[in-house]
Design a protein around this ligand. Structure first.
Ligand code: GLN
Length: 538
């Protein structure tokens, strides 16, 4: 069959859940037996979000092939349960970098390089690459931002041209808008949607489907009004009220006519009946009254929860599968340095120190690791969280508070964490970390091997620093086991404390491989230890 394309644009405002909607539609199509892939087009000029502050952008989501991508790719992978690759996140920066490199090579044979056709051709080439590299039969393409943004124009123009290139039977446009509620009159207003569709039409794109997002239930008359003004079939205006639970969204989309409309328009017949049982079970489980595990997240970007999106989700997946509710206690690591937030740490049933960069708040994280070790509180350290665990034990063992990572103190007398040798001569910061999937061998009998139930694994990485091997023996004497190593034994991938219910840190990021119905083994191991503690307390 020809590759089918579904293009999603946003209208009125951003942050209305376009990414989650795309992910839910992806799942809908997968449930009907199709191979699906999802691509995000980001109009910003950065080559990737890897160099951006989490405050700007939220989490950087890392793929198997090491691409540093938008956090929406996390939603796509989790909802559809697929593995994406680097062509699935395109930015203006990447597109221009490629076109300019070609121009410098002389590939354009003296031509004048312009947005149309050179930039739009490069965008379209990257859209087509998705099916070629993933084997997807249906490719969903989400454009970041909203219609009307100047920087989004070349992307929208490329989408407009795609219909001509692949034909109307192989392409479909969905516009996701926001229907605001006016408190004074208690009314929902469709006018912004009408304006945004008009704007989209002026670019040459007529939406086939409108998803009208709103915080309030929308009556049929409003949908009909949108259909009339925006020239869309009545049944193709799909109201989507803000859901209470993230994982309810695919079920809510399934209840609409979306599945039928999409397949009809694309000339497809469902290959199988959707099986939503696992998702229904998930949502039932979320709604059920159950004991609460309080998990402290000790980080430096905690005021922006999006910065820890995958860690948050992975914690939830594991908690749910163990019949627990999770309550996150967000602790600012710099607060701990000033003696604040300690009571939250004391309240916690388990502690997670997620990844991070730079010196700010590091002493607070070290404090959290010490608290976990001394009080037998389950602890999971992710990347920086493992490094912090090592620094803490080294300080205790060597009786020297100057033990550190050279990231935070380049002249420390005990550099237990140090820059990886191949990072030393790098000058460029973008895309140069140790990124993506690498293998790791587990020590049998360790908590890590127990949790995974096998002895060799592959996990996603994003770091520049590593454990310094000259300290292995010393820390082993202090009760640390290096239970995960690279196959050449050179790089410490997992460290754990022997005489502790669960204190384990990973140099990689297990959170990226957790799925709603397949929680990650290490998060599961961590939460099992939390649950054991809860049980022994009650
Ligand atoms: N800053 C640390 C490093 O580069 C940890 C990175 C991370 O937590 N992702 O090694």
């Amino acid at each position: 069959m020809d590759t089918k394309y579904i293009f999603l644009t946003g209208g009125v405002v951003s942050s209305v859940g376009k990414g989650v909607t795309a992910a839910a539609i992806g799942r809908l199509l997968k449930e009907r037996g199709f191979e699906v892939s999802i691509q995000k087009l980001d109009p910003y000029i950065n080559v990737d979000p890897g160099t951006m502050s989490p405050y700007q952008h939220g989490e950087v989501y890392v793929l198997d092939d090491g691409a540093e991508t938008d956090l929406d790719l996390g939603h796509y992978e989790r909802f559809v349960d697929i593995s994406l690759n680097k062509v699935c996140n395109v930015t203006t920066g990447q597109v221009y970098a490629e076109v300019i490199a070609k121009e410098r090579r002389g590939d354009y044979l003296g031509g004048t390089i312009q947005v149309i056709p050179h930039i739009t051709n490069e965008i379209k080439r990257r859209i087509r690459m998705v099916a070629k590299t993933t084997g997807a039969e249906i490719v969903l393409v989400e454009v970041g931002g909203t219609v009307g943004d100047i920087e989004g124009l070349p992307f929208l123009e490329a989408l407009r041209q795609m219909r001509g290139d692949v034909g109307p039977e192989n392409s479909l446009y969905i516009h996701v808008t926001w229907v605001p509620h006016i408190g004074a009159t208690g009314e929902l207003k469709t006018k912004p949607t009408q304006h945004s569709v008009r704007e989209l039409r002026s670019i040459g794109i007529s939406p086939d489907v409108i998803i009208a997002r709103s915080d309030y239930e929308m009556g049929q008359e409003l949908c009909d009004k949108i259909a009339l003004f925006c020239d869309v079939e009545q049944r193709a205006v799909i109201p989507m009220v803000t859901a209470e639970l993230l994982y309810e969204i695919p079920l809510l989309v399934e209840k609409t006519q979306m599945g039928d409309i999409l397949l009809e328009r694309l000339g497809l017949k469902p290959r199988k009946k959707p099986n939503w049982k696992p998702w229904e079970k998930l949502v039932q489980e979320m709604n059920r009254e159950k004991p609460t595990a309080k998990i402290a997240f000790v980080g430096k970007y905690v005021e922006l929860h999006d910065a820890y999106m995958s860690v948050r989700e992975a914690t939830r997946h594991a908690a749910l599968s163990l019949g627990l509710d999770d309550e996150i206690l967000w602790i600012h690591s710099s607060d701990l340095e000033k003696g604040r937030g300690v009571e939250l740490l004391q309240e916690a049933d388990g502690i997670i120190v997620p990844g991070g960069f730079g010196e700010r708040g590091i002493e607070g994280k070290i404090h959290a690791a010490r608290y976990a070790r001394e009080n037998n509180i389950p602890y999971l350290g992710l990347c920086l969280g493992m490094q912090v665990m090592v620094i803490e034990l080294a300080r205790h063992m060597l009786n020297d508070d100057e033990a550190n990572s050279t990231e935070f103190d380049p002249s420390t007398p005990h550099p237990v964490i140090d820059l990886m040798p191949d990072q030393r001569d790098l000058t460029d910061m973008g895309g140069t970390m140790r990124l993506g999937l690498y293998p790791c061998q587990l020590q049998s009998g360790s908590k890590a091997a127990d949790a995974y139930g096998k002895d060799s694994i592959n996990e996603r990485h994003r770091h520049r620093f590593e454990f310094k091997n000259m300290y292995r023996e010393k820390l082993q004497k202090a009760g640390m086991e290096f239970s995960g190593l690279s196959p050449d034994n050179r790089l410490v991938e997992i460290a754990e404390m022997k005489d502790h219910p669960f204190m384990l840190g990973t140099q990689f990021h297990p959170e990226f491989l957790s799925r709603p119905t397949r929680p990650h083994p290490l998060f599961l191991g961590f939460l099992k230890a939390v649950k054991d503690n809860l049980n022994s307390e009650s």
